[in-house]
Write a protein that binds this ligand. Structure first.
Ligand code: P6P
Length: 336
């Protein structure tokens, strides 16, 4: 199979679809290079003295792992000088990160979860980097948090890197989802899957079952029906997977279908669940929709949600179209 590099793919995509201007192409290549560096650090594990906690907490109140902080710094440093960004935002930083004055300010804004699934780092389970790209508002001089609060449908690109048995980069610029595998000897990203499509039906669901006593009725009904298998109303047997690393669960769903659920539950007064809208749910939802799947918060299309805060949480139901439509219907039936 002819080896298509990331650079060649981006140049040819621009020629074909004219939706990857030079600065966006640079952005994607810089993020891809940063993910190579993160992959190298993650791959060293204990040999790199990067495992364990950093004895600090992030804005989420979550204990930060050394690799969380290192990955965040790698992405900041890689993207500051290029002139393609106006500002960045990260799960690991409370406020936005404007581009330092010594560098030119560009027209894009980059959001990321630098290392998602970090509870898996110390037990050698796949983790990943999730990123989302928005355009800076016309005429914006000094970026503020408000400038980031755009609907997911406004994203111009979204992607993730997964650090597993292979290191892969999956992204979309609005014309389908393409996958690149890192050739470690050459240090280059090679196109290995074009225009990936999620099966519209599935027999596999992903949810943290330990929370079952906290779920609201629509989720309880749906999971009970799947557990009933052929003896129940869905008339098919289901399998279950929960890697507790969103990147790994979504990557599996992109390849063999499934539904990923992180619902709100009775423990939180704001009913927003655990996952973040701006740099987890939105980028993954753009990818899933571009691959023929669907994504909602249980009530509305994820990409239509108007954000009100940079780190806001949101319930997530994404994956095979028909399954997402079913759980969304159950929410509607139970809300009346
Ligand atoms: P739980 C990882 O911490 C994460 O943010 C997602 O990657 C993952 O899907 C979820 O949380 C796992 O949450 O409650 O099962 O540990």
């Amino acid at each position: 199979m002819k080896r298509i590099s990331l650079t060649r793919f981006l140049v040819e995509e621009q020629r074909l679809n004219n939706n990857i201007p030079a600065e966006l192409r640079l952005l994607i290549e810089v993020v891809a290079r940063a993910c190579k560096t993160i992959s190298h650090a993650v791959g060293k594990g204990a040999l790199g003295e990067v495992l364990g906690t950093a004895h600090s907490e992030n804005v989420q109140g979550e204990v930060q792992k050394k690799l969380d902080i290192l990955s965040n710094e790698i992405l900041l440093e890689a993207n500051e000088w290029g002139g393609h960004l106006a500002a960045m935002a990260s799960e690991e930083m409370e406020t936005i990160h404007p581009i330092p004055n010594r560098y030119p300010q560009g027209e894009y804004m980059l959001l990321f979860d630098p290392l998602d699934g970090s509870s898996n780092i110390d037990v050698n389970v796949s983790i990943g980097t999730i990123f989302s790209v928005l355009k800076a508002p016309e005429g914006m001089a000094i970026p503020t948090e408000q400038d980031f609060l755009q609907k997911g449908s406004q994203q111009v690109a979204a992607g993730y890197a997964i650090y597993g048995p292979q290191t892969m980069l999956i992204f979309t610029t609005g014309n389908g989802v393409n996958c690149f595998t890192l050739d470690r000897e050459m240090g280059s990203w090679v196109l290995t899957e074009r225009n990936i499509q999620i099966p519209v039906d599935t027999q596999e669901f992903a949810i943290n079952m330990s929370n079952v006593r906290h779920w609201y009725p629509p989720v309880t009904r749906y999971v009970d029906e799947m557990l009933a298998g052929k003896t129940g109303p869905l008339n098919k047997n289901y399998n279950m997977r929960w890697i507790a690393s969103m990147v790994a669960d979504v990557h599996r769903i992109l390849h063999r279908g499934g539904i990923f659920m992180y619902p709100a539950d009775k423990r939180e007064p704001d009913k927003a669940g655990k996952l973040r809208l701006m740099y987890e749910a939105n980028p993954m939802s753009m990818i899933v929709e571009q691959a023929g799947g669907a994504s909602t918060d249980g009530k509305q299309r994820m990409l239509d949600i108007q954000p009100h805060a940079l780190h806001q949480r949101v319930p997530v139901f994404l994956g095979s179209k028909n399954e997402v439509e079913l759980i969304t219907r159950y929410h509607a039936e139970h809300s009346n």
